[in-house]
Design a binder for this molecule. Structure first.
Ligand code: ADP
Ligand code: GN1
Ligand code: MG
Length: 355
């Protein structure tokens, strides 16, 4: 690793470099120097992101835009340049590395410790929406084409079923049926977008709780991180992915499905925090479709886990062979619970029915 990190402009000599965090995509390391500086070093995932130069251009532009709009103590990700003055390093083997200042005084939670934690994460993503409201969306590179095109995700699931590349299909018929029986609903948000009824905005697209840092003492919003997927998208999807991950009563990879359900108090806290920051910017239909975002992002993410399981775990980092299967089961259980609690979810958000 030394030959990598020594090419960045760190303050002081690096004295430790250890794997860090729980992301499913990049390879993340925490670096400490003899001057007590901390840095995050990441090897970008070139299988997931085909245009790494585009990813880094987006991040540079978006962080520069946010930097002018935040109020202390809030922070924004800050790239550490290479000694050659570039914002990332491309090695001779094609791998791409970047370094960030470590966001001090912050924590990333895997699970909200209380409703207020979750409300604060919602405020962070609601503010993020505001900070980028006047960003020129057309200048952004689409870092993963059709990232939240849920019908396209189902097409990928069909391809994986047809190929059965890892020979795992026979063992997952029940899960396949669970997802395919909901395929019809998958296109609802895309349809409203294509009909011009839902606007495209600059969205984060990966709004998991561990992609936001909260102040480590007050737990107030501190910094939105993991900006690799900032692209034009739908607000309902940003809202929905947060709910999928953070309003579940169990971890994304819980094996005991009886522990998986949607917490309505957490759903309510997130709705309140998110809308407190950006309600005025949203159209009535955008607000009305927030629960649909929660259901479809959960359905979509689960179908992606199932697809990756069938493909032989090529996309998401896994810790054991059934990891993606376990994840796809929790997502399906969560969708089922959202279906049971649908009326309550809609009542919390407070909208009529979509036609
Ligand atoms: P992935 O795409 O793999 O999820 P992330 O960019 O989210 O990668 O980073 C993984 C984890 O590393 C985060 O969840 C967070 O805990 C930590 N992390 C990333 N960037 C920073 C930073 N600048 N300061 C502190 N922690 C960070
Ligand atoms: C990945 O990078 P990370 O771990 O924050 C994935 C998301 C999924 C999530 C599921 C670029 O997020 O889309 O919802 O895993 N990110 C990418 O936990 O595919
Ligand atoms: Mg992440």
């Amino acid at each position: 690793m030394k030959q990598i990190y020594s090419l960045f402009r760190t303050d002081g000599e690096v004295i430790s470099c250890d794997r860090y965090g729980n992301g499913h995509i990049n390879e993340t390391y925490l670096l400490a120097t003899n001057r007590e500086q901390l840095y995050i070093l990441q090897k970008l995932n070139g299988y997931v992101f085909r245009d790494l130069d585009g990813v880094m251009k987006n991040i540079q532009a978006v962080t520069a835009h946010i930097r002018c709009r935040i109020k202390p103590p809030q922070q924004v990700l800050s790239l550490v340049p290479t000694r050659a003055g570039e914002c990332y390093l491309r090695c001779s083997d094609g791998s791409v590395w970047r370094m960030y200042d470590f966001v001090r005084g912050g924590i990333c939670l895997e699970k909200a410790e209380c409703e207020d934690d979750f409300r604060h994460s919602a405020e962070a993503f609601g503010q993020f929406q505001n900070q980028l409201a006047d960003f020129p969306a057309e200048s952004l590179v689409e870092t993963i084409p059709r990232f939240h095109d849920t019908p396209d995700r189902f097409r990928q699931l069909h391809d994986a079923i047809a190929a059965d590349a890892a020979g795992r299909l026979a063992g997952v018929r029940r899960e396949v049926d669970g997802y395919l029986s909901r395929e019809k609903e998958a296109g609802e948000l895309i349809r409203l977008r294509d009909e011009g009824r839902l606007p495209l905005r600059v969205t984060h697209n990966d709004t998991k709780l561990n992609n936001v840092m909260l102040d480590d003492t007050s737990h107030k919003p501190l910094c939105v991180i993991d900006l690799d997927t900032v692209m034009p998208g739908l607000v309902a999807n940003d809202f929905g992915d947060s709910i999928r991950f953070g309003a579940s009563t169990a971890a994304e990879d819980e094996r005991d499905l009886s522990r998986v359900s949607l917490s309505l108090p957490l759903f309510s806290a997130y709705t309140e925090g998110f809308l407190s920051q950006c309600r005025d910017r949203l159209t009535p239909l955008e607000i009305e479709t927030l629960p649909l975002g929660a259901k479809l992002m959960t359905l979509e993410c689960g179908s992606r886990f199932l697809t990756d399981y069938l493909n032989g775990d090529k996309y998401f980092h896994t810790a054991y062979p059934e990891h993606n299967l376990v994840r796809c089961r929790t997502q399906l259980a969560l969708v089922e619970d959202m279906e049971r609690k649908w009326d309550e979810m809609c009542a919390i958000v407070g909208g009529g029915l979509i036609n």
